[in-house]
Design a protein around this ligand. Structure first.
Ligand code: TPP
Ligand code: MG
Length: 356
């Protein structure tokens, strides 16, 4: 089975066709800002890791449009479950750079109190569920969350982001089947970036990507150019409408490319094919949207420099504040799980303190 890829925005920034669902000018500008925020923050965090200041970092370089444009197509009342390469959805929803840097430092101001690795962000206030390391586990959670929304007659959906690598987990199959059978208002958003760490797609599945699997589970399936903000926005809006009409879940496969290493613990030069990176540099989502905004008279060189300089300054300030902040309190190690902290945990904490 071969499935077409929907795209609207040419590499020159011109629209090839008019999408059914068009973002407003404000949404386009907000997306552009979120794309750049993710790019600048990711790059600075990788540098900090290389300097030994933070322990680990991941980047969404080249894939930022998947998260920014899908978030733009939804409301904050729609729940998002990111995998880890979707920081742009956090910034689109208004999460501050400073709070994000606190998280990357895993310090006392980190909303999850340093209990996870960096890049495991989330925001209760913004309905963005905290990232967890085991791949694919959020897929059944989203099926369940969406089913609860249906039972409670909410006018919202639940969306799960995951990489194509995550589809090799049983959770992907259980989650999709569950949602399809129960007509749960869930969007399964697969970012197909060609790699699961060092394993290319050809080593992961024999199918034409992930989209045929959605068809197999009996759900509406859309494949889009993941570096085209118009295509991602259109598909996500269409998927939400479909869900809210009670027609069941939707699988979106967004075709993109991981231009960074998997993480700061990876060296992609060991396995990346020659010439691959250059092809995808041409398709850069920021470059394409910038050309479009300039054509529309919404953007110019002066706005571009002021945006980037402003973001760099904000990151510099955020790093300063985060560096000065202390670690989370030792007590936080045993809090928040039980309503009352059990004696056994209190004893363990005392033992930790004796060792310090
Ligand atoms: C259950 C599980 N198996 C293995 C890993 C190690 N691991 C972390 S990320 C990753 C690759 C995931 O690839 P993909 O889903 O395509 O996401 P991408 O990193 O490409 O964005 C693997 C194998 C893990 N975290 N959890
Ligand atoms: Mg991948």
């Amino acid at each position: 089975m071969e499935i077409e890829t929907r795209h609207f925005l040419g590499v020159d920034g011109k629209l090839i066709a008019t999408p059914k669902f068009l973002p407003s000018d404000d949404q386009l500008l907000k997306m552009y800002r979120a794309l750049w925020t993710a790019r600048v923050v990711d790059e600075r965090m990788i540098t900090l890791q290389r300097q030994g200041v933070i322990s680990f970092a991941m980047s969404s370089l080249g894939e930022e449009a998947c998260a920014a444009a899908s978030a733009a197509a939804l409301e904050v009342s729609d729940w998002l479950y990111p995998q880890y390469r979707e920081v742009a959805c956090l910034f689109y929803r208004g999460f501050s750079i400073e709070n994000y840097i606190h998280h990357m430092f895993c310090n006392g101001a980190d909303l999850i109190k340093g209990r996870q690795m960096p890049n495991h962000f989330g925001s209760r206030e913004l309905n963005i569920v905290t990232v967890s390391s085991p791949i694919g586990t959020k897929i059944p959670h989203v099926a369940g969350c969406a089913y609860a929304m249906k039972v409670q007659k909410e006018k919202a959906i639940s969306l799960c982001y995951f990489g194509e690598g995550a589809t090799s987990e049983g959770d992907f199959h259980a989650g999709l089947n569950f949602a399809a059978v129960l007509d749960a208002p869930a969007i399964f958003f697969c970012r197909n970036n060609n790699y699961a760490i060092s394993t290319g797609c050809e080593g992961q599945f024999a199918s034409d990507g992930i989209a045929p699997k959605g068809v197999g589970y009996g759900m509406k399936t859309i494949r889009v150019d993941g570096n085209d903000v118009f295509a991602v926005f259109d598909a996500t809006r269409e998927a939400k409408e479909h869900c809210l009409l009670g027609k069941g879940p939707v699988l979106i496969e967004a075709m993109t490319y991981r231009m960074s290493g998997h993480s700061t613990s990876d060296d992609p030069s060991q396995y990346r094919k020659e010439g691959e990176l250059e092809i995808w540099q041409e398709r850069c989502p920021i470059k394409r949207l910038r050309s479009h905004l300039i054509d529309k008279g919404l953007w110019d060189e002066a706005k571009e420099s002021s945006l980037i300089e402003g973001l760099q300054d904000e990151v510099t300030r955020g790093i300063k504040v985060a560096r000065a902040f202390g670690d989370p309190s030792l007590e936080s190690l045993i809090e928040d799980v039980y309503e009352e902290v059990p004696e056994s945990l209190k004893e363990q904490l005392e033992e930790v303190k004796r060792c310090l």
